[in-house]
Structures are given as C-alpha cells and as structure tokens.
Write a protein that binds this ligand. Sequence first.
Ligand SMILES: [Zn+2]
Length: 280
Amino acid sequence: MCLAFVHSPGWSEPTPLVGVFEDRHRRFASGTVVPTVTLRAAIASLLVVVLLAASASAEPARRTPPTSLADLSADVVRALADYHATLERARPSYEAHVQAVAAAVAERRALYEAGAVAASAMEEAERALADAQQALAEHLEAIEEAERMLSESVLHERLARLMPLPPGRYEDASGLVRYAGTTRWSLRDLGELKAAFSRAFGRPLPVSAVGQTRVHDRLGLDHRNAVDVAVHPDSAEGRWLMAHLREAGVPFIGLREAIPGSATGAHVHVGPTSPRLHAR
Ligand SMILES: [Zn+2]
C-alpha cells in the first residue's frame, strides 16, 4: 500500500481501503460464503497500525526509517492477498448458483410451454436467473479490482525497498524491471504507443488503467500521468513494450507477479511513479 511512500506530512485521511472492503462485504452480506466480521476487523486494526506509524514518520523529531513503513505496507499486501484469496474461494459457489438457477429456468420453461405453469411463474424464474448472473458478474468484478489493488500494492511495496534509480538507469531486481527514463511522459503520448503496439502485434495495446482510477484513489496513489498495460514483462509483448519505452526514454516498471507462483497482477506500469499519498 502507498502508505509506505508518505514523504510529506500534509496528508490527513488515508482510509479509503476500509471503504473498499466494506463495500464488498456489504455486497456479499446476502451470500453465504464470505466471512465478513473477521476480515473487516483484521483490516481495520491493520490500518490503525499503519496509520499510527505513518503519522509518527511525519514528525521530523521522530523520524521512522523508511523500511519500517515498507514492512507495514507488506502487512497490507498480505491483507489484500488474503482478501483476494477469500473472494477466489467464494467464486465457485456463485458460479454453481447461476448453473442451478439456469437449470431451474429450463425446467420451468418446459412446464410453461406445456401449459402447466403460468407466465408469471416463468418470469419469476427468469428474474432469479438475472439476479444470480448479476451477483456473479459483481463478484468477478470484485476479484478483478482486488487483483488490481494487490498488484499496485505489491509493486509499490517492492519499490519502497529499493533505491531510486538515476535518469537513464535500467535495473532488473526484486521481481521488478525498472527504467528511470530520460524524458517526460504524459497521457498525451499514449496514442503513439498504442499505434506502435498495434503495428507490431496486430492487436490493441491491452491497457488496464489509464491515469487516475478508483483503485488508485482508494490506495491513495497518484497515477494521473501513468498507464498500466496488462502484459507480463517476460512475454514477447512485454519485452517489446519495455524495449520500445527504453528507446524513447520513457520511464516504466514491470511487475512479474503479485501472488507468488502466479502471473496474477503482472503488468507494465508506464510513466512516472509518484509515491506520495495524495489527499482525497
Ligand atoms: Zn500503474
């Protein structure tokens, strides 16, 4: 989490992460599989610890070494990984529910066509199916958002443990491929990058985030001038992208994995990294 990157004491209310979890748990309140109280309590107490440490670091007289904040951000990464795993565990029950309701709809349709049930009963079954499909879609969306949050948190947690690179320097270490860049990058340059990628691969650049998104807001990250591209740094597309950016002097960071042993969360962040927590 970005709290590892608080360098100025100007921030005040970095609690958006709590909102994310609460939103999700409210959403699953009618379900049967997602534990709510324990996880929410764990996240809340974790954030209290992180915020206290961050406040302490903002006082010049009590300077906290950056590593301690990096350690705390690692705790948040673990909490996010647990949250993501919890959502993943619940996924099969949402999928099974859709299948069961779809089978019931098919059965009822046969009865309806045979004249054995009323149209209202058919409509009721179809509404139940639409509800189940909606619940599954929202769950998948929650998983995707949790992946993006985890991915960004892991990237910044690792970055917090590394020295900044001087302009023009390239480094491949700690699961990150970094290039410090020699030119300014802005979102206005995205069109040229998209065109070059399409020429090279015959498909659109798989952009997963352009500029500031809800995920970045909630993590307190300034992503206004950055773009995330959903390619693995070691894939042909990832290697091409990083070589292209390096040639153009554009800074980037490639993340190989957000969950150990899985390619989940791998991406290339294009543009500057702004580690400060901005006020919301
Ligand atoms: Zn990014």
